[in-house]
Design a protein around this ligand. Structure first.
Ligand SMILES: Nc1ncnc2c1ncn2[C@@H]1O[C@H](COP(=O)(O)OP(=O)(O)OP(=O)(O)O)[C@@H](O)[C@H]1O
Ligand SMILES: [Mg+2]
Length: 347
């Protein structure tokens, strides 16, 4: 059995709907109308110990709902989950010792008390041995650079400072797996980078299994070789980020800067032989956009360099963020790692 195993997971939320009008209100009292909302429809996956996986999807796709079920906060409507051999919502206490969790939008620290008091409380709650606590606190405060914040009330911290403390708190009890729901949301570049470096270190040095949701592509590029994409409560992709790049990142941009202004007409004429290459000119800068599958980059570059060598030349592929939103839009169903998606057939 894999370290984390999720099979045919489903979560419905049933919410009361109020009817309008006087009779409606009365009727709602005696016979409430209910609406069922399917947040997670049918999701299956397996994660091995020590993996680092991104869990992606557009707003409302069901990411947070999945994480709440994985951490035992919510009970699935149907389907099964095991994390480190336990069913999270059934053995909540026992699995909490193995699990760390950070919700970027919610705090687990006590707002009016100094940061250190929240850590002490966690030490008590998880019965962390003093020596382990001391060692982790020392190491984590150093890497996350929060030592100077420990005596400050949580409510006085900036978002970036608080998030670093939240992440520290989630790992004090040496969990085997860390679930992160948008850990870098709203942070500046420096804070994001610090958090990424720390999470990466925990995964690499301590083998902490990671599952993280994010809308920040740099988080994924830096931390997660494996990517799962969900849409409307269903898994639509499970595989490497590289595979997506190689197979769907087809658009490439070339930017050439010259010492002299260019003529738009001559540029258009030069590249007219290549159907599908868009050439635009802005003073001394020429931009080419093309589909890598249809146009050979080397041939295109040769044409460009032979015509007139530019002062500077840069090349860029479609960014991964744009790419993934295209996957949502076009509803691609890709299956590069069949053994992962076809869990249903196994066991
Ligand atoms: N407690 C709840 N009661 C009713 N509906 C809910 C509840 N929690 C979530 N939902 C609905 O379930 C769907 C999935 O929500 P979820 O929070 O899992 O999305 P998400 O993928 O985390 O999105 P985001 O990127 O915006 O964080 C949404 O349509 C949401 O409105
Ligand atoms: Mg969410």
């Amino acid at each position: 059995m894999a370290f984390i195993e999720v099979r045919h997971l489903r979560k419905e939320f049933v919410t009361p709907v109020r009817r309008s009008g006087r009779f409606g209100t009365l009727l709602s009292l005696v016979r409430p109308d209910k609406r069922t909302m399917v947040a997670v429809e049918d999701i299956s996956f397996a994660i091995e110990q020590g993996e680092s996986v991104a869990y992606l999807g557009p707003n409302g796709a069901g990411k947070s709902t999945t994480i709440k079920m994985l951490t035992g906060v919510l009970e699935p409507t149907s389907g099964s989950i095991t994390v480190a051999g336990d069913i999270p919502h059934k053995n909540r206490k026992r699995s909490s010792y193995r699990i760390g969790v950070v919700f970027g939008q919610r705090s687990q620290l006590l707002f009016d008390l100094p940061v250190r008091d929240s850590f002490e409380l966690l030490r008590y709650m998880y019965s962390i041995p003093r020596e382990v606590y001391r060692r982790n606190l020392e190491e984590f405060t150093e890497v996350l650079e929060v030592a100077h914040l420990l005596e400050r009330p949580v409510r006085t911290l900036s978002l970036g400072q608080r998030m670093r403390c939240e992440i520290l708190a989630s790992l004090l009890h040496d969990p085997d797996v860390l679930f992160l729901d948008e850990p870098t949301i709203g942070l500046d570049v420096v804070a994001k980078e610090r958090i990424r470096a720390f999470i990466e270190k925990m995964n690499r040095d301590k083998g902490v299994t990671l599952l993280l949701t994010t809308h920040d592509m740099q988080d994924i590029e830096r931390l997660c070789p494996r990517t799962m994409i969900i849409d409307k409560g269903k898994l639509i992709y499970d595989g490497s980020l590289q595979y997506i790049r190689d197979h769907f990142a087809t658009e490439r941009h070339i930017r050439a800067t010259y010492d002299h202004p260019l003529l738009a007409e001559s540029a258009a004429a030069l590249f007219a032989v290549y159907e599908g290459v868009r050439a635009t000119v802005e003073e001394q800068v020429l931009r080419l956009t093309y589909d890598q599958r249809r146009t050979d980059t080397a041939a295109l570059l040769k044409l460009l360099l032979d015509a007139s060598p530019p002062r500077d030349l840069t090349m860029q592929d479609e960014n991964i963020d744009a790419l993934i939103s295209r996957i949502y839009r076009e509803g691609l169903t890709v299956n590069p790692s069949a053994q992962r998606l076809s869990l249903e057939g196994a066991g």
